[in-house]
Design a protein around this ligand. Structure first.
Ligand code: FAD
Length: 393
């Protein structure tokens, strides 16, 4: 016999746990299925949240904050610097953060199933998913709604026939000892044929040096590059961690009684790939629409309509920004960097890591000066246009 629930959520990350908490608080019977023995382990994430993201969390595990950062520095290819002094960011220990959210969910009555991996589903109404436990036991879970909050390589998406999501690697070097670093740093660099950046995030426990890159770039060379950058900062390598990040949102996130949320739905910031803010925002929308579906028989696709309305413009602008950034020639970007550095105060005022569209608009306006249009990189924009149409519409 299957275990029956109102809602079965696969994935005990921050998004799945938040959604389970919100639904359980409304009185629903929720199962939260997590393949690992321990919530929050292994950690792949840098754990940086802007103030807006932190304030928006329905559950704030304050004990997970390991550093409050008040400055953000951006370095051009040639090491020119723009400092954002008014920045407020929180670095959280992701394992403590995830555990904290899940513990609050369990307190409200969510049933957690750890060491339980979703592997298949059977075509029944309501749908049933089939899981395997670490001890090899097969378990079936029946839910009036099934949610895939199981990350970028979502098994739920795969078994329910959603098309695959394009992903990139996120590689992070955990380094030490902790030196006098007190700002988040972002350094532009050229990797293969694209421009990208690596980040340095300090905390009293460790320093994280990380980068996101396409799957066709040689993994070993990127590891060496991060190691070299860490050595330049007089840091020593402790270990590497890697995981996948979605590169764009899914067109379809609802199918029958199944919906996807968080990284599984491709809901992350296109420039930095940070997904906690967008994923948790979408989880709140999902909770509201699941309740409307179960109580008022409203369509579940309203979730998709609503999260798109809330996030899609932010994502579209970010994707345009990313495409332009990745494809411009470094020396032209360097010149552009010099130009914006002259009016640094405008950048400082518009800087918001959780809502990057205002700054991007400003930069687009600046780049469309006659001076800049004379440069040959403008032709690269033509690469962006069809891309933008395929991703955004
Ligand atoms: C190197 C790196 C650095 C990052 N830094 C930041 C950052 O600083 N700030 C930020 O906001 N974001 C950051 N991110 C992105 C962030 O980690 C994700 O956006 C966020 O974790 C998404 O949350 P989620 O709950 O949707 O998915 P996840 O956190 O991926 O959680 C999915 C859960 O589902 C479980 N699962 C998967 N498959 C199954 C299955 N078949 N059955 C059962 N359980 C399953 C997994 O074990 C996992 O616990 C970073 C990512 C990487 C890779």
């Amino acid at each position: 016999m299957p275990d029956s629930f109102d809602i079965v959520i696969v994935g005990g990350g921050p998004v799945g746990s938040t959604l389970s908490y919100l639904l359980s608080k409304k009185g629903y019977n929720v199962a939260l299925i997590e393949e690992h023995r321990e919530i929050g382990i292994p950690v792949h994430c840098a754990g940086l949240l802007g103030k807006r993201a932190w304030d928006s969390l329905p559950i704030k595990p304050s004990h997970s904050i390991i550093e409050k950062v008040s400055s953000f520095k951006i370095f051009s290819f040639k090491g020119e610097e723009i400092e954002i002094p008014k920045f407020t960011g929180y670095v959280v220990d992701r394992s403590v953060f995830d555990k904290g959210i899940c513990a609050s969910a369990v307190e409200t009555g969510v049933s957690p199933y750890k060491s339980t991996r979703c592997v298949a589903y059977s075509k029944l109404q309501p749908p049933e998913i089939i899981c395997k436990t670490y001890s090899g036991l097969r378990r079936r879970f029946r839910g009036r709604v099934i949610v895939g909050a199981d990350g970028a390589l979502s098994k739920v998406a795969k078994i329910f026939g959603f098309p695959p999501l394009p992903v990139r690697f996120g590689l992070q070097l955990i380094a030490g000892p902790v030196s006098d670093l007190d700002s988040v740093e972002v350094h532009f660099l050229r990797l293969g044929s694209i421009n990208t950046f690596y980040w340095i995030i300090p905390s009293p426990k460790e320093v994280k040096v990380g980068i996101v890159f396409p799957l066709n770039i040689n993994f070993g060379s990127v590891r060496n590059l991060l190691r070299k950058e860490a050595l330049n900062k007089k840091l020593t390598t402790r270990r590497f961690s890697t995981w996948f990040l979605p590169t764009k949102p899914r067109r379809k996130t609802v199918k029958g009684r199944t919906l996807l949320v968080g990284d599984a739905a491709g809901q992350n910031k296109p420039l930095s790939f940070g997904g906690i803010f967008f994923g948790v925002s979408a989880a709140k929308i999902a909770a509201k629409n699941i309740v409307m579906f179960l109580e008022e028989n409203k369509r579940l696709t309203l979730y998709e309509k609503e999260w798109r309305k809330f996030l899609l413009n932010k994502i579209r602008i970010g994707l345009i920004g990313r495409t332009v950034f990745e494809n411009y020639l470094p020396n032209e970007l360097e010149r552009f960097f010099q130009r914006i550095k002259e009016s640094e105060s405008e950048i400082i005022n518009l800087w918001d890591i959780d809502s990057q569209e205002k700054l991007l608009f400003h930069l687009f306006k600046k780049s469309f000066s006659p001076y800049f249009l004379m440069r040959k990189s403008i032709f690269k924009l033509f690469i962006a246009i069809p891309y933008i149409f395929t991703i955004a519409f």
